[in-house]
Design a protein around this ligand. Sequence first.
Ligand code: S3P
Length: 180
Amino acid sequence: MIVMKDNIILIGFMGAGKTSVGKYLSVQRPLLDVDQMIEQAAGMSIRDIFASQGEEAFRRLETRVLKELCEDTEHAIISTGGGLPLRVENRELLAKLGTVVFLRVTTDTVLKRLAGDTTRPLLQGADKEQKVMALLAERNTVYEQAAHIVIDVDDKTLSQIGQELSEGVLRLQKKGQGAG
Ligand code: S3P
């Protein structure tokens, strides 16, 4: 896979820590958060976008923001929503945008981290465990396919994850594929 731009993009399931890892790394590079950009552009929360316009409309907004980032963003760390890599078009855009890092989590970690969360429309209602298990089973292969680097994040500190990420980027650079 040839990397076109020098951004680092964090992908992975809800609760994987994309935003936290992004903030941790933002001392090195400016942080852009796709979900936040969507909320700013729409003038409402993701929960309200899902409720008033539906998931498909939200997915279109994700693609639009990704296209904008592909046009003018360099040397940033970009945190994404957990469903963004699901569209083929988005995976192609991700590959152009930079080095894609998959933060991989287990069901237990997601449930622990998101207990009581009301902001993720896909995980509301009964049977949260079933929902997380089903979505993870469906998505993990997609995340793996989209990623240049995979990091298992359960029980790791931000500094350990940051270290693994830097090592992964360095390895890719040596192969002539990494973020600059
Ligand atoms: C979603 C993940 C959320 C947000 C939306 C949909 C998903 O982002 O984009 O609720 O489909 O997995 P986080 O992964 O940051 O929670």
